[in-house]
Design a protein around this ligand. Structure first.
Ligand code: GDP
Ligand code: MG
Length: 601
């Protein structure tokens, strides 16, 4: 296929608006999967994805569709065939890095909105990701078969929020099939073909990778320029490693070896990589010995950067050059950051950390093995060994966000039968000491209270949250956000019934229980999304929990000074309920350094 008969697009939507169902229908319509035989949500491969109904890893599928431009053509011959690459994207904000990398390989996106629910928080986030990537957006109002569907209201929302013309929208039901026949013609007629040059040296964007028991590491790639043939030697711009391509083809939707991928195509390669750690999402692959400019990183929200310490351990630090405070701090890491930029990929940014311990201390090896196997397929989790006096040997794990952490826990338990204890999630704080040194703290227990080294300044990560709610809940949400130290940035109305609010919130305040609380005060009607914002200077203290005068490392937390009293009180009262009555007295205390804030016996 010449690239003018190729279209690369993705489907973006708020959770549950019908993205996976629509993808299935398009695969059926093109005969890529058989009607009725396909399991529902063909592209959601992991068990946790099926269960939670979310997409975690991006998947791709190639399909073929015949189409004639213009209706007046009286052509007895078959209309020309087009090669369409559907690049599925994870809908959730935790995976926004994967979303934006997937979008980088597309020229268009179907923006799916539920005809009853209308625009929701992730609709907004996904729209802007697509818009900033300069994609042609085709609005699709889905689920028009529902009795409560109100397509006109949703069209008006799309017009007022994103300036999308109601004339451009398609109305569909992925359930009954209504309106679906217009989707692929719109893809072919409105979305531009991939712009790459077939005569230029090969450049491929690495979209995703995973480990397959039989084939080894499989990479999904988009060929931006040039062509790739089986047997070619390729190199990674990020690591300079060279590999031989053993197998190449596309997903239809199963592996279809073709021996070649041409300009504009999306497909898979198997190249003898030993671990997915060698395959970095966003990396540029090119022919060995050819010198190419790495593909650009165009990502709106990720300001994370990579820092390698002397022992070779990778840390990802979250630096935000936009605040003057951080310009100074940034300089020491500039080199690492510039390096990461110049090879065109950004490493995973870990925003939530928690300790993972085997429920039975003797199971450490089993847990170790399970984690190793799982991280083979999820290189975005960072793992370091740690030990706790209370819990024994375990791991400190860094995640992209809360959902990512939940999904990882669930997969450990489901796919590897591991029984685990996890400590309260924490966020990467940064502390500056009187000697000028700075540390990133991923485990509150490790923050030293050494009097010789006073803490002089601290920073905590914040997020920009988007909240969409029916207007009657505005008051309750404002109260919740101010309890969580939020600062209101924007407050407006999408239409007469729905309010749109933007808040800047400390990440710490949403890590534990914010979403549940928000759902419960709004009877489940709130939709919520967030993206990383700057670090902010904050008055933070380490809160220790002591049993009979001994600090319990696994329970140490870092809290805002003004909240320390309340958090300490609550923890101590909770513990009193949980610890079984003993024959002797146990004192339970919450303390900052030597200062006791709360005590129970
Ligand atoms: P995703 O989270 O965006 O991938 O959404 P799914 O495709 O998993 O769909 C979420 C739910 O909505 C599933 O129960 C689907 O069966 C249902 N659904 C999808 N499309 C339609 C539709 O057009 N009409 C109705 N009534 N339900 C739909
Ligand atoms: Mg889905």
């Amino acid at each position: 296929y010449p690239s003018d008969r190729i279209r690369n697009f993705s489907i973006i939507a708020h959770v549950d608006h019908g993205k996976s169902t629509l993808a299935d229908r398009l695969l059926e319509l093109t005969g890529t999967i058989k009607r009725g035989l396909g399991q529902p949500q063909y592209l959601d491969k992991l068990q946790v994805e099926r269960e939670r109904g979310i997409t975690v890893k991006a998947q791709t599928a190639t399909m073929f569709h015949r189409h004639n431009f213009g209706s007046g053509v009286t052509n007895t011959q078959d209309p020309p065939s087009f090669l369409l690459n559907l690049i599925d994207t994870p809908g959730h904000v935790d995976f926004s890095y994967e979303v934006s990398r997937s979008l980088a390989a597309c020229q268009g996106a179907l923006l799916v909105v539920d005809a009853a629910q209308g625009v929701q928080a992730q609709t907004v986030a996904n729209f802007y990701l697509a818009f900033e990537s300069n994609l042609t957006i085709i609005p699709i109002i889905n689920k028009i078969d529902q009795p409560t569907a109100d397509p006109d209201r949703v069209l008006a929302q799309l017009k007022s929020m994103f300036d999308l013309d109601p004339k451009d929208a398609l109305l569909t039901s992925a359930k009954t099939g209504q309106g679906l026949e217009h989707v692929l013609p719109a893809v072919i007629e409105r979305i531009p073909h991939p712009p790459g040059k077939s005569s230029a040296p090969l450049r491929m964007l690495l979209l995703d990778s995973y480990f397959d028991e039989y084939k080894g590491v499989i990479c999904h790639v988009a060929v931006v320029d040039g062509a790739l043939h089986k047997g070619d030697k390729i190199s990674s711009a990020a690591t300079s490693q060279t590999y031989e391509v053993f197998d190449v083809g596309f997903m239809n939707p199963e592996f279809k070896p073709t021996g070649v991928l041409m300009t504009g195509q999306v497909g898979y390669i198997v190249s003898g990589m030993r671990s997915t750690k060698e395959a970095r999402v966003g990396d540029t692959l090119h022919h060995a010995r050819s010198i190419v400019e790495p593909l650009p990183v165009h990502q709106a929200t990720n300001h994370g950067t990579l820092f390698e310490d002397f022992s070779g351990t990778m840390y990802s630090l979250h630096l935000f050059a936009r605040t003057p405070d951080f310009v100074h701090f940034l300089s020491s890491f500039e080199v690492a950051s510039v390096m990461a930029d110049s090879v065109g990929f950004r490493p995973a940014k870990h925003m939530v950390f928690s300790g993972l311990y085997p429920a039975d201390g003797s199971d450490f090896e089993a847990l170790n093995h399970a984690i190793e196997r799982l991280t083979c397929n999820d290189a975005s989790v960072s793992i370091t060994k740690e030990s706790s006096t209370a819990l024994g040997l375990g791991f400190r794990c860094g995640f992209l966000g809360l959902l990512h952490m939940d999904v990882f826990h669930q997969r450990l338990e489901q796919e590897y039968g591991a029984c685990i204890i996890s400590t309260t999630p924490t966020v990467p704080y940064i502390f500056e000491y009187s000697d000028g040194s700075k540390v990133q703290v991923q485990n509150p227990a490790t923050l030293s209270s050494n009097p010789g080294k006073r803490i002089t300044k601290c920073w905590e990560p914040t997020v920009t949250a988007t909240i969409i709610i029916p207007s009657e809940y505005v008051g309750a949400v404002i109260t919740l956000c101010s309890e969580r130290r939020g600062e209101q940035l924007e407050y407006s109305y999408i239409d007469s019934q729905r309010a749109f609010m933007k808040y800047r919130l400390p990440l710490r305040e949403i890590v534990v229980d914010f979403y549940n609380e928000l759902k419960s005060i709004t009877s489940g009607y709130a939709s919520f999304d967030y993206e990383d914002a700057d670090y902010q200077v904050s008055d933070l203290v380490k809160l220790d929990i002591l049993l009979n005068g001994q600090p319990v490392d696994a329970m140490a937390t870092i809290v805002h000074n003004l909240k320390a009293q309340r958090v300490g009180r609550e923890l101590v009262e909770k513990l009193k309920k949980f610890i079984d009555r003993q024959m002797f007295e146990i004192t339970i205390q919450a303390a900052i350094g030597a200062k006791v804030l709360a005590r129970e016996t």
